[in-house]
Design a protein around this ligand. Structure first.
Ligand SMILES: O=P(O)(O)OC[C@H]1O[C@](O)(CO)[C@@H](O)[C@@H]1O
Length: 316
């Protein structure tokens, strides 16, 4: 059976901390802290594996060799095929500060440095990994030294190996890879707005904007909108899905969970509304944990039942 792979060029050890209120310029005492191997693709792979993907889950990208052990142990524990390539140095630590009012401050660091030879090696690894997969998710930022066109190049490699590609990135690497026509993308409203040079602030804006991206050759567009849920567009069809979390602890990993839920729905052969429901449930599940983690499959199923999915008017 064909698997699903994620690519994380710039993973991170997530140090998620909790305090009552962050006071800039003062000594802040952390009440609770948690460390998780993370980075967008690693989170997506972890979520898929932990929810019972029933197909092989593979993960590739780069890992700094100085602190690769925690990542490799996480992948092994989840039964995820580890195709990461080592590079000199350490994988970054990203700090997430969660306050009692649920505000999250992210300190995302630049990461190790890579060169052209490392890019060639990753391109080959992506092609080989994608050959075993139906879907490949290209996720997150690029480390120092990587060319802005790397996601576009990796997209081409995955597709040449016969896989479909979901892209979850931002900034110039996202814009560059869009030109290669990914099968699916998952920007948040702000990222979509930045791409189109307009404000995408809610469901109506998102539903109006998705067609512009589809016109560039993208099949499915998922726009995450925080508390307003998400808009899912495929062909002319558009649906809006929204739900309530059991508890609101932190938003860390909620976008990655949405990607994982959508891929899981795709693996299960669900229609657009079904995939929107499951993707939203995964995302809601991530909100009830401090770091990038999900509750168990029974809890996700209960959340999915309660998600409201409405069809929006088709594209004209
Ligand atoms: O690659 P980026 O855009 O810096 O994002 C990485 C961060 O995003 C997450 O995947 C989700 O917040 C974290 O695990 C990670 O620290």
């Amino acid at each position: 059976m064909r698997g699903v792979a994620t690519v994380t060029p710039n993973p991170a050890l997530d140090l998620t901390t909790r305090l009552s209120a962050l006071v800039p310029g003062a000594v802040n005492r952390v009440r609770e802290a948690q460390e998780d191997p993370g980075g967008k693709g690693i989170n997506v792979a972890g979520f898929l594996a932990s929810q019972g993907a029933r197909v092989p889950v593979l993960a590739t990208g780069w890992l700094g060799e100085a602190n690769a052990a925690a990542f490799r142990a996480f992948l092994a524990a989840g039964g995820i095929a580890d195709r990461f390539l080592p590079v000199a140095g350490s994988t970054r630590t990203n700090v997430k500060i969660v306050e009692d009012d649920e505000r999250v401050t992210d300190l995302n660091f630049p990461g190790f440095a890579v060169d052209a030879a490392a890019e060639d090696a990753l391109a080959a690894a992506v092609r080989a990994t994608a050959a075993e997969c139906g879907w490949v998710a290209l996720c997150g930022s690029l480390p120092r030294g990587a060319s802005p066109g790397l996601h576009a190049r990796l997209l081409g490699e995955a597709r040449a190996a016969g896989a479909k590609v979901l892209l979850d990135a931002s900034g110039p690497p996202f814009a560059a890879a869009l030109g290669a026509g990914p099968d699916a993308i998952k920007p948040n409203g702000e990222e979509l707005g930045e791409l189109l040079g307009e404000r995408v602030a809610g469901v109506a804006d998102a539903a109006a904007a998705v067609g512009q991206v589809q016109a560039r050759g993208v099949g499915t567009v998922i726009v995450s909108l925080g508390a307003e849920g998400a808009v899912f567009a495929e062909g002319d069809a558009r649906v809006h899905a929204v739900g309530r979390p059991r508890a609101l602890v932190s938003t860390v990993g909620a976008g990655d969970a949405m990607v994982a839920g959508w891929l899981m729905g795709t693996l299960r052969g669900l229609d657009l509304a079904g995939r929107a429901r499951l993707a939203t449930a995964f995302s809601l599940g991530a909100l009830s944990t401090l770091g990038p983690r999900l509750p168990d499959a029974a809890e996700i199923a209960a959340l999915a039942e309660a998600v409201e999915v409405e069809a929006l008017p088709d594209a004209a």
